[in-house]
Design a protein around this ligand. Structure first.
Ligand SMILES: Cc1cc2nc3c(=O)[nH]c(=O)nc-3n(C[C@H](O)[C@H](O)[C@H](O)COP(=O)(O)OP(=O)(O)OC[C@H]3O[C@@H](n4cnc5c(N)ncnc54)[C@H](O)[C@@H]3O)c2cc1C
Length: 305
């Protein structure tokens, strides 16, 4: 499909908002990259379901949360981005479980859990993503991982069918989640099981985690968190620093001086600058240590011509 080719599909009866040629730099934490041909902001879950029912099966779709693990190449995205943040935001108790929709941010989830006297969700406060992004990545920090808390997930299929799945239907690992019977499905919600406990201690823990993060991460410059997964028994940041790459710059992209596994947009970086720096870091670490680093960040879209 050509970028400028119009796709014929009806938005009749939909209550959400359709944007055209939307700069993705507004929606990813790196604040860089190309445009999305279309972006749909569903009104709610029912509206998203209807949108999928009437969208042609060949329309490329990309679900996006807070864009905190995403690089969109400068040539942009053909197809439609579905913006989950601000759209699928339901968050409530459902019996003994917390039900959260996929657009709920981690910090909100952590605070909701603490205010309902639950412990074990504090780590969500340190991840600047939505529940949908965290389920996709099995995001985690300080010993906690998203799927450890999941009882059931709610997914929408490409054709708009709403299903529930159990964790056993996925292969779940470190920053890695794959459906055992792959089909094109998207996360729209989850039921989480947490332990009851000392709410004040949970609040203090959230505060302490946030302070620890701002002391160790370059949060004043646009970034996407850790760029590479930690290789087994090793730390990507340690390897990168050991290769003398802290501060290494390509165009506006720079390996952070504060945390070597972060690449920051130090000013007007293009997605190409960032991708080139990722490749350069990988090649140098491989050459100097023999260890291959694998990106944790997702890179999508077309290169600019
Ligand atoms: C400062 C900073 C600190 C970070 N710290 C951590 C950390 O400690 N631990 C950690 O694990 N990560 C961390 N991250 C990375 C990031 O926050 C997580 O990967 C997070 O889970 C991404 O969520 P998101 O909603 O922003 O997803 P996006 O970046 O919007 O999307 C990520 C991927 O998930 C897909 N996706 C998003 N929503 C859905 C959905 N509903 N259904 C299907 N697919 C979907 C997207 O298509 C994309 O492939 C950090 C990032 C930053 C900027």
């Amino acid at each position: 499909m050509n970028m400028s080719e119009p796709t014929q599909f009806s938005t009749e009866g939909l209550r959400g908002e359709m944007l055209h040629d939307e700069p993705m730099s507004r929606h990813v934490s790196w604040r860089a990259g190309g445009v999305a041909r279309r972006m749909y902001r569903p009104a709610d879950l029912a509206d998203l379901q209807q949108f999928l029912r009437q969208t042609p099966v060949d329309e490329p779709l990309l679900f996006v949360g807070l864009g905190s693990n995403l690089l969109v190449r400068d040539g942009g995205l053909r197809g439609t981005v579905i913006q989950m943040v601000g759209a699928l935001t339901e968050l409530r108790m459902d019996g003994e479980f917390i039900y959260a929709q996929a657009g709920v941010p981690g910090a909100k989830l952590a605070r909701f859990a603490a205010s309902n006297n639950f412990c074990g969700a504090e780590f969500f406060a340190g991840i600047p993503g939505t529940l949908g992004g965290m389920l996709t990545m099995n995001a985690g920090c300080y010993g906690g991982e998203t799927w450890q808390k999941v009882v059931r997930v709610q997914v929408l299929t490409r054709s708009g069918e709403l299903l529930e799945r159990t964790p056993q239907e996925y292969e779940i690992g470190y920053r890695h989640v794959v459906q055992r019977t792959p089909g094109e499905e998207f996360f729209v919600g989850a039921w989480l099981k947490l332990e009851t406990g000392d709410v004040e201690a949970a609040r203090q823990e959230i505060k302490a985690l946030m302070e620890k993060r701002s002391a160790s991460q370059p949060l004043n410059l646009p970034n996407a968190g850790s760029v590479f997964r930690n290789p087994p028994g090793n730390h990507a940041a340690k390897l990168i620093e050991g290769c003398g790459l802290k501060g290494k710059r390509i165009g506006g992209a720079q390996v952070s001086e504060k945390h070597a596994n972060f690449i920051v947009n130090a000013g007007n970086a293009t997605a190409q600058d960032i991708e080139d720096l990722i490749n350069e870091v990988r090649a140098t670490v491989l050459q100097q240590t023999g260890i291959e680093l694998h990106p944790e960040v997702r890179i999508v879209g077309e290169k600019s011509k």
